[in-house]
Design a protein around this ligand. Structure first.
Ligand code: ADP
Ligand code: MG
Length: 138
């Protein structure tokens, strides 16, 4: 486990970028943390690292569950805040994205509690103050 403390959104984004550059194909990264903890901010940086170019469109795909961005590698960005069940996730064939050769980022990954994701990387984010966040990578 590694813990980082960031003091601005820009710092979280840079951390995401450095992290994203290191990710191999078929990485699954599960994000945990309250609304506003900085998950999407981190993923904006991560997207740049995975795709090789900045991707300003990255936002929580709140109404679609999944956004797909293509670059050097493909980024599958899930936001499962509104997901009803693990069966709904599986019914849409989303688990096929885990080994499709790209990188998967999952916001609100706790919704997939009953799925075995043995190789997933956990990123746990928490508010420490207005602009201070704790980011643990496990
Ligand atoms: P989440 O996806 O976890 O709901 P977002 O990344 O969408 O969170 O929002 C985080 C909000 O907090 C943004 O408005 C961002 O500008 C702000 N913020 C302030 N400080 C930080 C920080 N250190 N890291 C990340 N976001 C921060
Ligand atoms: Mg978000």
């Amino acid at each position: 486990m590694v813990q980082y403390i960031t003091h601005s959104a820009a710092e979280t984004r840079s951390l995401g970028l450095a992290f994203g550059k290191q990710l191999l194909p078929n990485s699954v990264v599960c994000f945990y943390g309250d609304l506003g903890a900085g998950k999407t901010t981190f993923i904006k940086g991560l997207a740049e690292g995975v795709l090789g170019v900045p991707e300003e469109e990255v936002n929580s795909p709140t109404f679609t569950y999944l956004n797909i961005y293509k670059g050097i590698k493909t980024l599958y960005h899930f936001d499962l805040y509104r997901l009803h069940s693990v069966d709904e996730f599986l019914g849409m064939g989303f688990d096929e994205m885990f080994d499709a050769g790209g990188v998967c980022c999952i916001e609100w990954a706790e919704k997939l509690f009953s799925l075995e994701l043995p190789n997933a990387i956990r990123v746990e984010m928490a508010h420490l103050g207005n602009e201070t966040r704790s980011i643990e990578i496990i």
